[in-house]
Design a binder for this molecule. Structure first.
Ligand code: 6PG
Length: 480
């Protein structure tokens, strides 16, 4: 046996990951359910490195050096379990099974327990960067045992994206920590994309600018604080003209955003942990709303609304100021989305004893992944200084950016509300900051109501203890 690592599941992500490994000098065992894919990979790219193709799972396992390391790259869910079931009887003690798909971390935790009982390592690994990242250098987020990382680390760190000589890969933590962090990464990705979409919608409504003109604005923004992969490709998508119709591409695409599950899982997990990731939740619901075709049709015939490609006359007076306001609001809201995502990581880490270093996550997200952005370097610096920071929002650099954005943020939202342009994440992000900084919240009234209808008790500002008011009687207060 000569292969250092194997890949089973050779659709585009697995294929590119296998090529990346081979190009970096590792001998790679290949396997796919249908042999045609394996053969075409070898036929098309066999000269890129040392590939060892196998038709059967048994031959594939036999071609691997021990302890074996097998990457599974199939559709998350049942397909992963099916591959694990076929693979495991062929493996031996200390072999390592790596799931590089977008698995739910709860499934990863279960699989790790099952395989550990058989003396095997199971490493749920987040891989971000899409097809191109998989080939040229993704951001890699492996969980699992420290022992497995001793073997996998040198391989993964070599094939990962590199930023300033630092690989975008680190051992995230034990168990399902890697897939948990990848899930939150995707949640942030949802918020980031929804914010970009809201900014585009506002610019189109307010300025009556064409998609190509808005592409120029994004291109300019990409040279400042907002510098990021998603802003860069936004300019590319908006500037694109549809070959068939000659229309802007964006106007011929159905306005229903799909999702495979990672955003929904992020919100579900945050609800369980009690972490208010409001921007990520609104972004996930915005996708759901866009897909509710019948409800949208019913509402459209009841209350006529604005079409996304129609400007609103007279909505914006000072065009230059408006563009700057949208930029500032976008940046401040984006900071909120990342602050909430990092809160979620810290809460998940604490709940599961994963010991995740938030600064290390910012470090490995600087390159390779979909949310890669210049300001992740700032997040890295902030956590390097204080890993226990209460919120990213209060770190001086981010606090200043948010505070400087307040006026713009409010002006943009007033314009959005006047024009009827929906901005769920811009709005909820400002509400989040306003609530956090508020010395007194109306939660006191909620406590009063709960006590009134259900004797749920309350605490007082001036005395320790729990209290209940006898609402239906003489309204005297009693100790609860
Ligand atoms: C990445 C992406 C990747 C994939 C998402 C898309 O980090 O490379 O997040 O994992 O594009 O699964 O998710 P949706 O289909 O839910 O938008």
């Amino acid at each position: 046996a000569r292969a250092e690592i194997g890949v089973t599941g050779l659709s585009v992500m697995g294929r590119n990951l296998a090529r990346n490994l081979a190009r970096n000098g590792f001998s790679v065992a290949l396997h796919n359910r249908t042999v045609a894919r394996t053969n075409s990979l070898v036929a098309d790219h066999g000269d890129e490195g040392d590939f060892i193709p196998s038709e059967s799972m048994a031959d594939f396992v036999a071609s691997l050096k021990r302890p074996r390391a097998v990457i599974i790259m199939v559709k998350a869910g049942k397909a992963t379990d099916a591959v694990i079931d076929a693979l495991v009887p062929l493996l031996e003690k200390d072999d390592i099974v790596i799931d590089a798909g977008n698995a739910h971390f709860v499934d990863t935790a279960r699989r790790e327990r099952d395989l550990a009982a058989k003396g095997l390592h199971f490493v749920g690994t987040g891989v971000s960067g899409g097809e191109e990242g998989a080939l040229l250098g993704p951001s890699i987020m492996p969980g699992g045992s420290a022992e497995s990382y001793r073997k996998l680390g040198p391989i993964f760190e070599k094939i990962a994206a590199q930023v300033d000589g630092t690989p975008c890969c680190v051992h995230v933590g034990p168990g399902a920590a890697g897939h948990f962090v990848k899930m939150v990464h995707n949640g942030i990705e949802y918020a980031d994309m929804q914010l970009i979409a809201e900014a585009y919608d506002l610019l189109r409504a307010g300025l009556g600018a064409s998609p190509a003109e808005i592409a120029e604005i994004f291109r300019e923004w990409n040279s400042g604080d907002l510098d990021s992969f998603l802003i860069q490709i936004t300019a590319e998508v908006l500037a694109h003209t549809d070959g068939k119709s000659g229309q802007p591409f964006i106007d011929v695409v159905q306005d229903r955003a799909e999702q495979k599950g990672t955003g929904r899982w992020t919100v579900q997990s945050a609800l369980d942990l009690g972490v208010p990731i409001t921007g990520i939740a609104e972004a996930t619901f915005a996708r759901s709303l866009s897909g509710h075709v019948a409800q949208r049709a019913a509402a459209q015939s009841t209350f006529a609304g604005r079409a996304a490609d129609t400007p609103i006359a007279g909505l914006v007076e000072d065009r230059k100021q408006f563009i700057e306001d949208v930029r500032n609001a976008l940046y401040a809201s984006k900071i909120v989305a990342y602050a909430q995502g990092f809160d979620h990581i810290r809460a998940g880490s604490k709940d599961n004893d994963w010991g995740i270093d938030p600064g290390a996550m910012a470090t490995i997200w600087r390159g390779g992944c979909i949310i890669r952005a210049k300001f992740l370097d700032r997040i890295r610096e902030v956590y390097a200084e204080n890993p226990y920071l209460e919120s990213l929002l209060v770190a001086p650099y981010f606090a200043e950016a948010v505070a400087n954005g307040f006026d713009s943020w409010r002006r943009v939202l007033v314009t959005a509300i006047r024009g009827g342009v929906p901005t769920p994440v811009f709005s909820s992000s400002l509400a989040y900051v306003d609530a956090l900084r508020s010395p007194r919240l109306p939660a006191a009234l909620i406590q009063g109501l709960r006590d009134n209808f259900g004797a749920h008790t309350y605490q007082r500002v001036d005395r320790d203890g729990s209290f209940h008011t006898m609402w239906a009687e003489d309204k005297r207060e009693v100790d609860a």
